[in-house]
Design a protein around this ligand. Structure first.
Ligand SMILES: Cc1cc2nc3c(=O)[nH]c(=O)nc-3n(C[C@H](O)[C@H](O)[C@H](O)COP(=O)(O)OP(=O)(O)OC[C@H]3O[C@@H](n4cnc5c(N)ncnc54)[C@H](O)[C@@H]3O)c2cc1C
Length: 288
């Protein structure tokens, strides 16, 4: 049986407390959220923190609400809570589409939105959904808070801009009228990580696409975004031709790698096809 190495454990009672514990124990301390990624990595000795700062008691980071101009999601919101939120589903069905196919009910019950983003797995689903929605991340440190666009949050595989003494506290998404969004994923079996997945968010003016965001995961898209595909859509009529062109550009500009989930060409094909399907469904939803 694999067991983690010896580790100190501290239970934070507030955000301020968690930040002071991080400052006290230094860069070898790690935040523990749902533990669905961190604990297996510790068992495999891929992560060997000296101290775990448990933030599961931080109810102040567990919320889903609207300010009228933004949807705010606390970083400790569990996957199951995001999936169960009518508010999130009403404004951004892409989040429900993605959550429905993340792992299984056991993982969704305890795994958190913030933990998923901070783990920064290159096949992570919510990163693509938030990239499509051009969300903003709020990061707290001992000196105060800063905001970072979702598309600047990831530095590379398993790396984000969240520093050793910092905690991701919130994800914000602007509420704009005329929008629709959708997420399409292909996995090898139910509950598995994606072979490839695409998210689309569009805002229409009549039949023209005013703004479009496309997120891709598991196919090596820089910052989980398909920028060339997005640019091709802006100002274009919302037609099958436009979706197909965006799909081709998404496939052309991503960089999938061959692995146990499939060959490069298959993943490129999925990047294109899933982009088209996500766009089609997002536009249908925008039209109501
Ligand atoms: C069997 C299985 C299947 C899965 N399938 C999928 C899937 O299909 N798609 C998918 O996207 N994901 C999948 N996951 C991942 C799942 O979504 C986890 O919930 C997620 O990886 C980590 O969330 P967590 O809350 O458990 O974080 P943890 O494991 O507690 O933490 C992960 C990392 O993030 C850091 N961290 C956590 N929260 C914060 C914070 N607020 N601020 C700063 N750092 C923080 C931790 O220090 C750690 O380094 C799967 C996981 C399992 C176990």
């Amino acid at each position: 049986m694999q067991v983690p190495a010896y580790v100190e454990y501290e239970k934070a009672t507030s955000l301020t407390h968690a930040l002071s514990l991080l400052a006290k124990f230094g860069p070898e301390a790690r935040v523990l959220a749902g533990g669905h990624s961190l604990i297996p990595m510790m068992k495999l000795r891929l992560a060997q923190p000296e101290t775990l700062i448990d933030i599961n008691g931080l109810t102040e980071l567990s919320y889903l609400d609207s300010t009228g101009t933004e949807l705010r999601i606390g970083a400790m919101t569990r996957h199951a809570e995001l999936l169960g939120s009518r508010l999130a589903g009403q404004h951004f069905p892409i989040l429900h589409d993605a959550e429905r196919v993340i792992a299984d009910p056991v993982v969704r019950l305890w795994g958190t939105v913030g933990g998923s983003l901070c783990q920064a797995d290159p096949s992570e689903d919510l990163s693509a959904a938030f990239a499509a929605l051009e969300a903003t991340m709020v990061i707290a440190g001992i000196e105060g808070k800063r905001t970072v666009p979702a598309r600047e949050f990831h530095i590379g595989p398993y790396e984000t801009v969240v520093g050793p003494g910092e905690i991701l506290t919130e994800i914000k998404i602007a509420l704009m009228p005329g929008g629709g969004s959708a997420y399409e994923k292909v996995g090898r079996r139910a509950g598995d990580w994606p072979v490839a997945a695409a998210g689309a968010a569009v805002w229409l003016e009549g039949n023209l696409i005013r703004t479009a965001g496309i997120g891709l995961t598991a196919v090596g898209a820089p910052q989980f975004a398909a920028r060339e595909a997005e640019e091709s859509l802006i100002g274009a009529p919302a037609t099958q031709e436009a979706f197909a062109r965006a799909g081709r550009l998404a496939a052309e500009h991503c960089r999938p790698v061959f692995d146990q989930r499939g060959p490069v060409e298959y993943k490129r094909h999925l990047a294109s096809e899933l982009t088209v399907r996500a766009l089609r469904r997002a536009v249908e939803r925008a039209r109501g």
